[in-house]
Design a protein around this ligand. Sequence first.
Ligand SMILES: Nc1nc2c(ncn2[C@@H]2O[C@H](COP(=O)(O)OP(=O)(O)OP(=O)(O)O)[C@@H](O)[C@H]2O)c(=O)[nH]1
Ligand SMILES: [Mg+2]
Length: 318
Amino acid sequence: MSFDVPKVENYKFYLDVAFNNARKKASEKRSSLKMDRFSKSKVLEFEKIETVNDVLTSKLAKIIISFPNFDNLVEFYTELVSTLIDYKELKKSLGALNWAKKKIPEFSRQFKTSIRKTQDLQSIRRYGKEYYGRISSVMRQIRSNLEFLEETRKIMRNFPTIKEMFTVAIAGFPNVGKSTLLSKLTTSKPDIQSYAFTTTTLNVGYIKENTVKIQFIDTPGTLNRISKMNEIEQIAYLAIKYCANMIIYVYDLSEHYTLKDQEQLLENLKEFDKPIVLYLSKTDILDKKKVAAFKKKVQAITDITILKEKVLEGFKKY
Ligand SMILES: Nc1nc2c(ncn2[C@@H]2O[C@H](COP(=O)(O)OP(=O)(O)OP(=O)(O)O)[C@@H](O)[C@H]2O)c(=O)[nH]1
Ligand SMILES: [Mg+2]
C-alpha cells in the first residue's frame, strides 16, 4: 500500500497545460497543411479540442488512480485514515473529478460536431472559444475538490510504512535521543539534530537476523497532551496503540524536561497496556553518581547490548 501520491495542482495549472499544448500542437500542424483557409481552420480547431480533451482527461485519470483504495486496510491504517482524513469528502472529491473526466469528452464531441457542420469561418472560431469557456467552467467546478485532494495528499505523505511483525516503539520527550537510539539498535539512519522536534514523521528500522525480525518505530517527541496532539503525534499515538508489541521509554536526565514531566509521560504510555522497557540515554555526559542513583530508583537500562537482549526476550514471548 503506497500513500505516496504525486502532487495535485490547482485547476488553473491543468487548464494552462492543456491550452498551451493545444496551441503548440496546432501551430506545429499548421505549416504542413495544404488546403484552403476554411478547411485548415477546421482541422486545427479539431486538433486543439482533441489535445485539450486528452491532456485533461489523462491528468484527471492519473489523479484518481493515484489515491489508494482504503477498503480492506489493516486496523492501524484504517484508524489513521479515519482519524486524519475526511473519507467522505475524499470520496466526494474523487467523484467530482470523475464527473469532470466524463463531462470534458462530452463537450469535446459536441463542439466537434458543431464545427464539422458549420460552413463559415467565423463560427469555427466562435465554437472554439465557446468550447474553451465550457471546459474552463468544468475545471473551475472541481477547484475545491482538487484543493481538498492536495491537502489529503500532504497528510498521507506522513503515513509511515509499517509492516506486520513484532514491533517496538521508541517513545519519550523531544530531543532525549530516541532517533539516536534507533540508529544504535538498527541500521536505520534517521535524522538526528541537537534541537527538539527533529523527527517529524515516524522513522522505522529493522533487526533481521535468521528467524529474528523486529521492527522499531522511532516516534516524534511528546505524547503528553493527548487531547491536543498534532498530526504527527496522532500518527505516533496510533502506531503505538495498534502496531507496538513493546515500548522503549527513553529517559534523559541531561535535558531541560523535568523528571516529573518525564514520569508523567511514562504514566500516559502505561495506558496502552504494553510491556515497557526503560532506557536512560546520554549517560556518557552524565555524572556517574547521578546515573547510579537514578538506576537504583528506576529500573532503567543504560547499555545497548542489554537493551537488545530485553527486546529479544519480548520477541521470543511474542
Ligand atoms: N552525548 C550524548 N548525546 C546524545 C545521546 N543520544 C542523543 N544525543 C544527542 O541528543 C540530541 C538529540 O538526539 P535525537 O536522537 O535527535 O533525539 P530525539 O529524541 O530523536 O529528538 P526528536 O526527534 O526531536 O524528538 C542530538 O544532538 C544527539 O546527538 C547520547 O547517548 N549521548
Ligand atoms: Mg528524533
